[in-house]
Each structure stands twice: as C-alpha cells, then as structure tokens.
Design a protein around this ligand. Structure first.
Ligand SMILES: Cc1cc2nc3c(=O)[nH]c(=O)nc-3n(C[C@H](O)[C@H](O)[C@H](O)COP(=O)(O)O)c2cc1C
Length: 295
C-alpha cells in the first residue's frame, strides 16, 4: 500500500514536472511503439521515445555508403560553439578495427573526438596563431562532440538503424585508440564510439528514465529530501518503469534495485583513485588540461 502511494505521488510529481515520468513509465513497455503513436504528436518525438541501446548484439549487416552519408550529414547539423565544430568523426567500416577500438562491432562505427587540430591548421595556414590548450576549450569541445554524437543516434534511428554509444574506448590501454585511428596526440581526445547497425534480437523492452524529482529542477536546484529518496528508490524498484539495468535484481536476493546497482554494478568504478589515471595522462598529453602547453 505504502509502495502504491509512493508510486502515485512520484508519478503525480513527475506530471507536474513536465509529465515525462508518466510517459516513460507507460511508454517504455512492450507496447511502447503503439502507445507512442497514439500519444506523441510527431515522428521526431516518436523517434526519440523509441531510442534504445543494442548492447553489442548487432547483425552482420553493414550500413550502406548512402546511409552513412545521410547520418553523417545530419550529425554535423548539431549546434556547436562559435560554429567551429571542434570535433572530428572517424568513420570505421572494418569490424576488427571496431572491436579493437571499443570492444564492440556492428554495421559501422563513428568515433567522436574533441579536436582542435583543424582550427589550429586553418589558423596557421592564414598566418594566425590560435591556442586551445586549456580545460575551457576541452569542456566546450566535449559539448559540441556529444551533441553531434546524439544527433547521429537520432538520425540513425529515424532511418530504422539502431545504435550503441560506448565509452569502451576508454577501457584497457587507451593509447591504442590513438594508434589504431592515427589520432593526433595534441589537441584531440576520443570521447565516445557509436556503433550503428541492426540487432540480432529485439530487446524485450525499452528502458525507462527518471524524469521527475532529482532530475528536473524548477527555477532553483532542489536538494533531495528523504521522502524524495524514498520515491526514487520506489521508482527503481517498480519493474514497470524499466529503470533497472538488471531486471533480475530481486530474484538475485537484493531488497532494492539500487542495492544491486551500488553493490554489484558501480562497486569497482566507485573506488577512490590513488594514482594518476592514464586518462589524465593522455589529457595532459593532448594539452587540454595544461595551461602551459604551447600548441
Ligand atoms: C557514455 C555512455 C557509455 C556507454 N557505454 C556502454 C557500453 O560500454 N556498453 C553497453 O552495452 N552500453 C553502453 N551504454 C549504453 C547505456 O547502457 C544505455 O544507454 C542505458 O542503459 C540506457 O538504455 P537505453 O539506451 O536502451 O535506453 C553507454 C551509454 C553512454 C551514454
């Protein structure tokens, strides 16, 4: 009963906060597509609500030249700071290369890198010097790069092509990514790989998202109360929301989904770091976190 009340309140708050939790709880079910068609007003919204990750089980079918061109053409339409597109996209069709770069393979891979090399080269070519060696430029380039990556995901889905965004390229020896893709060591940093393709099996359901308290704040930041945390816990525990990465958490003996999340899934990544990571070393090499570097 308490659970029911909590869930009702969560949904009510989410509706007040823009309605997305209500939609998510209902739209990410097995019948998502049908319901989306009934509820959502246009094809763009339907495409966005139909997005789902294929966790590596892509078929052998490759993307055609025209499909890749159309996706890339749409990708570069993303908003970007000063319209200088401080990113590079490496298009990879070689499946073994995909595997070696990020641990997954599919019909095509796009690797998205924050990158100022084109800007540097153009400036120098015209007799200017441009310096981008600082964290501000890296953060801005990261925003540009990730907006492009998500635009690619949406464009692909609108063409019936599924996707997997992965930071697998940051696992293991990261320097391999520079070597395999011949990336410049300076002013370039690979952020994410996007595998595109067709699934070998349909996911059973699309995952839901939190869309209310703790995610969306109104006018000012709202610090979570214990009541809010109860609601979030209940939302994760409610199987119908499909928020869980592991839907079998309760069968595995956990009282709450988040017990599984923090104990099993996030456990390793949450260890305190007691030495400089390779990522930090490579960021320093790139120049993006060292104000003293000359470009
Ligand atoms: C930065 C980032 C890294 C990710 N890395 C992986 C990954 O290495 N392997 C994987 O299977 N999914 C990966 N994902 C996909 C997420 O697991 C997925 O988006 C999330 O579980 C929600 O599922 P959905 O996209 O199907 O709604 C990644 C997503 C992002 C944004």
């Amino acid at each position: 009963m308490k659970d029911q009340i909590q869930r009702r309140r969560f949904i009510k708050q989410s509706l007040a906060a823009g309605g997305s939790m209500f939609f998510m709880a209902n739209l990410t079910s097995l019948k998502a597509e049908k319901k989306i068609k009934n509820i959502l007003a246009n094809e763009t919204l339907q495409t966005i609500h139909n997005l789902r990750t294929i966790h590596g089980n892509f078929s052998k079918k490759n993307l055609t030249h025209d499909q890749i061109r159309d996706i890339v053409d749409a990708t570069v339409q993303a908003a970007n700071s000063s319209n200088i597109q401080t990113y590079s996209i490496i298009v990879v069709k070689d499946r073994q290369k995909m595997q070696n770069v990020c641990g997954y393979q599919g019909g095509c891979m796009l690797v998205f890198c924050a990158d100022h090399n084109r800007i540097h080269r153009s400036a120098k070519y015209l007799g200017y010097s441009y310096h981008s060696d600082n964290i501000i430029n890296f953060v801005t380039a990261t925003m540009n790069t990730m907006l492009a990556a998500q635009t690619a995901v949406i464009a692909a889905k609108s063409m019936g092509i599924d996707s997997l965004l992965t930071n697998g390229l940051h696992r293991g020896d990261m320097d391999r990514v520079w070597k395999i893709l011949n990336l410049p060591e300076k002013n370039c940093f690979p952020l994410i790989a996007l595998i595109l393709g067709y699934p070998t099996e349909e996911p059973v359901y699309n995952k839901g998202r939190l869309g209310g308290v703790g995610v969306v704040h109104h006018e000012t930041y709202h610090s979570l109360t214990e009541e809010d945390l109860d609601e979030i816990t209940a939302a994760y525990d409610d199987h119908s929301t499909h928020l869980a990465l592991n839907p079998d958490w309760d069968k595995q003996g956990f009282s709450h989904y988040q017990d599984w999340l923090y104990r099993d899934w996030l456990d390793e990544a949450s260890n305190p770091i007691n030495q400089e990571t390779q990522m930090f070393q490579l960021l320093k090499r790139s120049g993006y976190v060292d104000l003293q570097n000359e470009s």
